[in-house]
Write a protein that binds this ligand. Structure first.
Ligand code: AMP
Ligand code: ZN
Length: 477
């Protein structure tokens, strides 16, 4: 089966085909760096990472861009009213908004690394792309899609008949449901801001629209995607809340400006919930990567907890669920360790019973099932049983040496996509063996302090040493 993705634009699964053979251009809406990103945000970014890894596994070169929003994301982004989140945070913390942006962008990139997220080709910042935004806004004014009013520039929604196709919102409904008082200067309440004017704003630029202006959030992504990937891209991602107004507005701006279709596939991940409700900064029920680590979980286990469901299913984060994810992961780590031992023929039980193929057929089936799951719109939940079935087979002693070698190769392939398993078991094995040798040497020279220290250090990692007639063996707790 070929890769199929659920396209929010058409509301159905479609076979994936890139514009340019072998290359995928993908833009991921990134964080607004006014505070520390929470693990809900990382669900959206882990989904993008999984998508990129699966495309690479499928043989594509992926040109991936994830923006960093450091200006212009308003507290109420419907219709372009409200205050800039960056400036509001700066006021609250009594700091300069530029410093706030620098601080949280740094933490964000650090958290990405800790979660094993592959680096994008570039992480453009909105504030570095003002000329590119102005170019599009001027073009939209020239083409009659935008108008100026008192230093502000608005996109005139009625000039783009496809407005609403992505979200299903119709212009008249947007009007009726508009939550904010209609600005007099707008021709229509549904029109949204491309550029805003505010002398009090700290992050501001002088342009032909006025001396004290800053961009709207939507135009930022249109400009950064175009600058780094071109007028047309294959995939645009975000969280479910980005569908409207953000992505609807991006489509209107970009397509009105270029006259071409913007992204072929629009993909959105569902929110992470906590205690059955939304996890969000405004509700004060968010966890950061640090919070999860402080509870004793590794960032790998967090990655696994956030990735193991399907991205279009709601996921409820609980400590019980996190614990369960951690132990499921430990059992997979244990499986790779056992396979490594069989592959090295350390354990005789690895020899398959006469008349079986030593697990080769099993591995073939696991490979196919794993790929079928991910090809089906990145359904990790459907792909994972392939790995757990292998684990059962290992415990049942069904692998020969050749079968174990093949199984290990598959596990490594699968983990290049999932990115959750422990460092290569062979390396781990070597490192632990090295420490055991050091401990033996210490014991020989009666340095019991060091020998105990090494034992404790390994124990803290969950590795138990056992003295046996064959020498010291190690196993996982
Ligand atoms: P923001 O920093 O608010 O612009 O959000 C960054 C990304 O995180 C966006 O793609 C949001 O859709 C996504 N996001 C925000 N809250 C959650 C949540 N609770 N679960 C999943 N994704 C979220
Ligand atoms: Zn965006």
């Amino acid at each position: 089966m070929a890769f199929e993705v659920f396209n929010s634009l058409t509301r159905r699964k479609e076979p994936f085909r890139s514009l340019e053979p072998g290359v995928v251009r993908m833009y991921n809406c990134g964080p607004t760096v006014y505070s520390r990103a929470h693990i809900g945000n990382f669900r959206a970014f882990l989904f993008a990472d999984l998508l990129r890894r699966w495309l690479e596994h499928s043989g594509y070169r992926v040109l991936q861009v994830m923006n960093i929003t450091d200006v212009g994301h308003l507290t109420d982004d419907v219709g372009g009213d409200g205050t800039d989140r960056m400036e509001a945070a700066a006021r609250k913390e009594g700091r300069d908004p530029w410093k706030i942006a620098e601080h949280y962008a740094g933490l964000f990139l650090q958290d990405l690394r800790r979660l094993g997220i592959q680096p994008a080709m570039v992480y453009p910042r909105a504030s570095d792309h003002i000329p590119e935004m102005v170019e599009i806004i001027e073009g939209l004014i020239a083409k009659g899609h935008a108008y100026q009013a008192d230093g502000n520039v608005y996109f005139e929604v009625r000039t783009f008949p496809r407005y609403g196709r992505l979200s299903g919102n119709r212009v008249d409904e947007t009007e009726a449901g508009a939550r904010v008082a209609v600005r007099e200067e707008k021709r229509d309440p549904a029109d949204f801001a491309l550029w805003k004017s505010d002398p009090q704003h700290v992050m501001k630029w002088a342009t032909r629209f006025g001396p004290h202006g800053f961009p709207g959030w939507h135009i930022e992504c249109s400009a950064m995607a175009r600058k780094h990937l071109g007028d047309r891209i294959d995939i645009h991602t975000g969280g479910e809340d980005n569908v409207f107004p953000h992505h609807e507005c991006e489509i209107a701006q970009t397509e009105s400006f270029t006259g071409e279709s913007f992204a072929t596939y629009w993909m959105h991940s569902k929110f992470l919930q906590v205690d059955g409700g939304k996890m969000s900064k405004s509700l004060g029920n968010t966890y950061t990567v640090d919070d999860v680590q402080a509870r004793g979980f590794s960032t790998r286990a967090l990655r696994f907890a956030l990735l193991r469901g399907h991205y279009r299913q709601p996921l409820n984060y609980t400590w019980e669920g996190q614990k369960d994810a951690a132990s499921a992961l430990a059992s997979l780590d244990d499986m790779t360790l056992r396979l490594t031992r069989i592959a090295k023929a350390e354990q005789a039980e690895g020899e398959a019973a006469a008349g079986t193929d030593g697990g080769l057929e099993l591995v073939r089936g696991a490979r196919a099932a794993f790929a079928a799951g991910l090809d089906d719109d990145l359904n990790v939940a459907q792909a994972l049983p392939a790995l757990f079935l292998l684990r059962t087979a290992v415990l049942e002693g069904r692998f020969s040496r050749a079968g174990a070698v093949d199984a290990l190769a598959f596990v490594r392939e699968a983990d290049r996509v999932l990115g959750v398993l422990e460092e290569a078991p062979a390396d781990l094995d070597q490192r632990v063996q090295g420490r055991i040798a050091e401990r033996q040497a210490a014991r020989k020279r009666r340095d019991f302090k060091l020998s105990d220290q090494i034992r404790d250090e390994l124990l803290a990692e969950g590795i138990v040493l056992e003295d046996t007639p064959q020498g010291v063996l190690w196993r996982r707790k």
